[in-house]
Design a protein around this ligand. Structure first.
Ligand code: X5A
Ligand code: ZN
Length: 651
């Protein structure tokens, strides 16, 4: 297959005409790293493995290879404030990068003396490729850059990003190079996270159509809040030129993404008819990604890209954003470059079908945007949307997970599940897991579904009622040293309007702050990290501990420690409730900032659904804490009292 028309001919030895594809790789961008070599998913090897894999596959020789180019301040300032540019620039001369720790915990960034140089190179390289593609010197290109860009806002670095590389390039073409004739730009952001920065920068700009597909989970997934909602369509002249496709759940794969392409992006792109496409190409929706929790395969990425090549005469500029599984990003990148080179047909296939929630989201997006894009107006045929995978019962985020209680419903659901989504990965090799398993900690749960059989199962492996899939078992399979209950002066409450699994009604949280008038009864178990790991359904090749020895020290010192919001959107706070003997008692709940939102009513308090309340009650009764009536009264009380922030920190 050979569609390289027009001017760009790249002479190959066999005389075949190839598309001219640019690649930027510059080792200098590997110098941006954590200040003291701490493990971090956004690490230098990400771009190295992509590059090495392209070399290994022999595709780099068939591309135009460019070194990095540093961005000009004037170009950065097309989308960033002068202060922000200066702040990043001056970070080179800092003495103490450790002092940025607070900012980094809040905003998911880190800095070292090479951060500024790498950030200038990342932005400048995307500008360089975009300019060459717009000129026609290249047909398309891939800037293999880091740090990533799409979370960076005009005046703020966040989410591992400093400069919004793609936004800088888009503004450069539109504002600085009218001679190149680029009047309309489509930005496609398939990174698993919402491109909040890009959205803001072109919010009122009809020249740039920003499309982002991302995991959102009702605002619980990074970067959170309302920004990634499908209601955010742009404003003023830009109204209708911002499109969000927010997944309600993880595990979305090729079928879900391609459904969003076929029923939203592609019809809109036809109407918009862009002059060039800039692709915020994060590969953290890839299968195996430790942050994304989605399942897109290299084949899926190839098809998505191929469909975009039908527009703008194939003028596509890919810029790397996220993607944290080295193997996945290397393979996905190669698959994409092969599509850009367009010299062999796409290999592979997918038999998956979209989730129910995917059709729900796609329909909502179409409805919200059809006034601007008439091709979205038709109802999707029922034949189409009836092809769907039932949403599995998921342990979304927490210790007090939202598993189904009702045995009949459970069996019914399980029997409908796509087996593929429930494969158990048995190769548990990661050494970090063993560290914490040697340390004694008590894990305090609300006594809900973490009743004895479930807990033992997390140690031994297998599957018991209320589990959505078999679990791999602990590193250390010896039985727990104890199971007991404790009562703590913390307020139990129920919040959120609904959850994927439990439907309408809140789930349990405990206020990290103590108050002598409050009581929460907790069931204490050992093997904290394995429980965390297994309850959150994390990938076994996750390279660093969700909660390792350092985090344990922090909890013991500070009383709590936040977790990566991606791993535990709602229960992202590990809190130390005290000690039993020498052994710390840890639990998971939300952060104080979320407690404030519950207390102010910004996030609703809501009593639990019946099935969920019953699970809690059963735990309390089986634990010998309460009679059934007492347990009911305890839950009712916690579910009906208002929440005040009147607590004290234990530490
Ligand atoms: C570019 C990207 C993710 C930030 C996650 C922060 N950022 N927890 O993937
Ligand atoms: Zn991302």
């Amino acid at each position: 297959m050979n569609m390289a028309g027009k001017t760009s001919v790249n002479g190959e030895s066999n005389g075949k005409v190839h598309r001219k594809v640019g690649l930027v790789y510059d080792e200098t961008m590997c110098k941006h790293d954590t200040p003291h070599g701490e493990a971090h998913p956004e690490r230098p090897d990400r771009i190295r493995v992509i590059w090495e894999n392209l070399q290994l596959a022999g595709v780099t020789q068939r591309c135009v290879v460019l070194g990095g180019t540093k961005a000009e301040d004037a170009h950065l300032q097309l989308v960033h404030t002068k202060d922000h540019v200066n702040l990043v620039k001056s970070s080179t001369n800092k003495k103490d990068y450790q002092s940025d720790r607070i900012a980094s915990l809040v905003n998911s960034i880190y800095l070292n003396r090479s951060t500024s140089e790498a950030a200038y190179l990342a932005a400048g390289s995307v500008v360089e490729v975009a300019e060459k593609v717009a000129k026609g010197e290249l047909d398309s290109g891939f800037a293999i850059v880091r740090p990533p860009g799409h979370h960076a806002e005009a005046d703020e670095a966040m989410g591992f990003c400093f400069f919004n590389n793609v936004a800088v390039a888009a503004s450069y073409l539109l504002d600085e190079r009218p001679d190149l004739g680029v009047k309309k730009i489509l930005i496609v952001d398939w990174d698993v996270h919402h491109g909040n920065g890009t959205q803001k920068m072109f919010w009122e700009d009809p020249r740039v159509l920003v499309f982002s597909v991302h995991r959102r989970e009702d605002g619980g997934f990074y970067p959170g809040g309302d920004a990634g909602s499908y209601n955010m369509v742009g404003e003023g002249p830009g109204e209708g030129f911002n499109i969000n496709v927010p997944w309600e759940q993880g595990r979305c794969g090729d079928a879900d993404y391609l459904a969003a392409w076929d029923h939203i992006l592609i019809p809109v792109a036809k109407e918009f008819n862009p002059d060039i496409i800039l692709l915020s190409a994060g590969f953290d929706a890839a299968i195996g990604d430790p942050l994304g929790g989605c399942r897109v395969t290299p084949y899926g990425y190839s098809v998505m890209l191929k469909k975009l090549m039908e527009f703008a005469q194939g003028k596509i500029v890919m810029a790397l954003e996220g993607g944290y599984n080295l193997d996945s990003i290397a393979k996905s990148s190669l698959a994409c470059v092969q599509v850009l080179l367009e010299d062999n047909p796409i290999q592979g296939s997918s038999e998956e079908i979209p989730f129910m929630s995917t059709w729900r989201v796609i329909q909502a997006v179409r409805k919200r945007l059809c006034a601007y894009w008439p091709s979205l107006a038709d109802e999707l045929s029922s034949k189409l949307i009836n092809q769907k995978t039932p949403t599995p019962i998921v342990l979304t985020s927490n210790s007090n997970s939202e598993a189904k209680d009702n045995a009949h419903e459970l069996l019914d659901q399980l029997s409908k599940l796509n087996i593929e989504t429930h494969k158990v990965d048995t190769k548990v090799s990661t050494s970090w897991r063993s560290d914490l398993s040697k340390v004694d900690v008590w894990y305090a749960s609300f006594g809900s579904n973490m009743w004895k059989p479930r807990f033992l199962c997390y140690i031994q492996g297998g599957q018991v009622e209320g589990m959505t899939k078999p679990c791999v078992g602990s590193m250390d399979k010896s039985p727990p040293k104890g199971i007991t209950w404790g009562t703590y002066p913390n307020r139990l409450f129920f919040g959120r309007e609904s959850t994927n699994v439990w439907g309408k009604g809140g789930v349990a949280f405990t206020n990290p702050l103590t108050n002598p008038n409050d009581q929460t009864h907790m069931c204490l178990l050992e093997q904290f990290n394995d429980v965390l790991f297994q309850e959150n359904g994390l990938n076994v090749d996750f390279a660093s501990p969700i909660f390792g020895l350092t985090a344990l020290q922090l909890v013991e010192k500070n009383g709590s420690t936040p977790l990566e919001a991606d791993l535990a959107p709602w229960y992202g706070n590990v809190v130390c409730l005290g000690r039993e003997g020498d052994v710390p008692i840890l639990t998971m709940t939300c952060t104080l900032s979320v407690i404030e939102k519950f207390a102010s009513g910004e996030v609703p308090l809501s009593p639990p659904a019946k099935a969920y309340a019953n699970t809690l009650i059963r735990g309390l009764v089986e634990g010998g804490i309460f009679s059934e009536e007492e347990a009911e009264a305890y839950i009712d009380d916690a579910a009906s009292k208002p929440l005040y922030i009147n607590g004290a920190s234990r530490f």
